[in-house]
Design a protein around this ligand. Structure first.
Ligand code: ZN
Length: 500
């Protein structure tokens, strides 16, 4: 085989993997949005068959031979090709270190645990899922030892979601957040609460959908490539390539701001995905580089841009047109105060910009303790409730509003949570850097996102997965990650909001 033949084979292989993934994600999107209720069986069968095909294509003997050949001749590969070979081989070598039987058992365990989580949450009963969680954590600890015996097991878990992330880095990061955010929350709580009655009323789905499409267009999504659906839990997914993106939202009858911010959040994910270079399409690099960087985009649009006073000035007249009764007698400043009201609460996904990171910190501390054998799975609920009281001052009434609210542990996404907080913090540094060359507030006041999007596309989006997360971040801001930029941003914003 010549190197050119091998390169061609690699391109064809990726095209095939992308085609199967395209079919899979389309099925998933259909199942989550418009599919009739009793159609799950056929989809599950097709999903299983397609997943197996993808697994074979990605890890089969021919693929391994091809990738090893390319790896041996890597001096003849472009930077992009090298990255593709590196990432595909990394996955294969990790899988090869896990005994096949243990791996397939784990897949089944995860599927069952995810299923069981729904029941446990519904019945608000952690003991229903305790045994499964024990097995899930134990399996991941074993896998960490097989794959990266040189690393601390939890470091391996963190690296899975954010290449290069370690407990040492996380500890420093969260310590900085705690030091600044906990006292800030206390100060906010000592002040009169902001009025958010402007957000509450009676809003039809049709009106909210109208607003959703206006927002999608305003933030710069190309509606010829990005579609909108409705689901209970909003998400973003790519179908086939970055040129076919779907976001979803959920319309709450009595509060239009839920859908508003979910559209902007998911829209941020979709902008990132659709912004990658067209030459990456149909390769394994045609996606976001990590969850941390992905969340840094979505949370940037949702919080830093859409919850700014400048954007409220643009948004208010639009709201006044769609919801004339509701907005009567109100103004943009009242809207700004209402959407930034901060209150320690129980549910992470509903948390405000200020308290959000503490929800993540609690999960991080629990996962870390489990991996260090300092906490038993049985004792997670008690520890969870203790930490919520300590950091957020709230009493957790039951498991449903406590330890069972997130699905992450049930399907094996252990080590995922820190990405959310990192993403928030990255965004503050983007803003500071962006303001050196872009009149961000001026753009937001006009609803003109083009200069903001161009800045992010050039520094972040276009690279897809062809750089590491750290390279993407450094490329964007030309400085090291510094979480105090984020805490200063919060201090400045909430000092003004609450007259601290
Ligand atoms: Zn997100």
């Amino acid at each position: 085989m010549t190197i050119d033949e091998a390169k061609e084979k690699l391109a064809k292989l990726q095209a095939k993997i992308c085609a199967y993934s395209h079919a899979l994600s389309t099925l998933y999107y259909d199942g989550s949005t418009v599919a009739p209720r009793k159609t799950v069986e056929g989809r599950a069968r097709t999903t299983a068959i397609l997943s197996e095909e993808i697994y074979q294509l990605s890890t089969g003997e021919d693929t391994v031979k091809l990738l090893e050949f390319l790896d041996e001749n890597k001096e003849q590969l472009s930077k992009t090709e090298k990255r593709i070979v590196f990432l595909m081989l990394k996955d294969i070598r990790e899988l090869q270190k896990i005994p096949m039987e243990e791996y397939t058992d784990y897949q089944m365990l995860a599927a069952k645990t995810y299923d069981l989580w729904h029941t446990a949450k519904e019945e608000s009963n952690f003991s229903l899922i305790e045994e499964n969680y024990e097995k899930m954590f134990a399996a991941n600890k074993r896998f960490a030892k097989y794959v990266a015996p040189e690393k601390k097991p939890y470091d391996y878990m963190l690296d899975k979601f954010e290449e290069g992330l370690t407990m040492e880095k996380c500890d420093k990061f969260f310590a900085t957040l705690r030091e600044h955010i906990v006292p800030l929350i206390k100060k906010v709580q000592s002040k009169p609460q902001l009025d958010n009655s402007i957000l509450h009323g009676n809003f039809s789905d049709a009106d909210q959908e109208k607003l959703a499409y206006i927002l999608m267009k305003t933030i710069g999504l190309d509606l010829d490539h990005v579609g909108l659906g409705t689901t209970e839990h909003p998400f973003t997914t790519s179908l086939g390539s970055h040129l076919d993106e779907r976001i979803t939202t959920n319309y709450k009858k009595d509060d239009f701001s839920c859908s508003l911010f979910s559209v902007v959040h998911e829209g941020g994910h979709a902008l990132y995905d659709t912004g990658s270079d067209d030459e990456l399409a149909y390769t394994v690099l045609d996606c976001g580089v990590s969850m941390g960087i992905h969340e840094s985009q979505s949370r940037f649009y949702e919080n830093i841009l859409a919850r700014s006073e400048a954007f409220c000035e643009y948004l208010f007249p639009i709201l006044a047109e769609i919801f004339p009764e509701q907005m009567k007698g109100h103004n943009a400043h009242e809207l700004y105060l209402a959407i930034n009201r901060s209150e320690p609460s129980l549910i992470r996904t509903e948390a405000d910009e200020l308290t959000y990171a503490l929800h993540v910190l609690i999960r991080y501390e629990i996962e870390k303790k489990i991996f260090a054998d300092e906490l038993k799975v049985h004792d997670i609920p008690a520890e969870w409730n203790r930490l919520y009281k300590e950091y957020l001052g709230v009493d957790v009434p039951d498991d449903k509003h406590g330890v069972l609210q997130d699905m992450h542990w049930s399907d094996g996404n252990i080590g995922y949570f820190p990405s959310y907080a990192l993403g928030s913090a990255y965004g503050a540094q983007y803003l500071r850097k962006m303001k050196e060359t872009v009149d961000v507030d001026g753009c937001l006041r006009k609803g003109d996102f083009a200069p903001i999007n161009a800045w992010l596309r050039e520094r972040i989006w276009k690279y897809g997965k062809s750089l590491t997360p750290a390279e993407v971040f450094e490329n964007a801001v030309h400085e090291e990650f510094d979480p105090t930029v984020f805490t200063s941003y919060l201090e400045e914003k909430y000092t003004k909001l609450y007259n601290l």
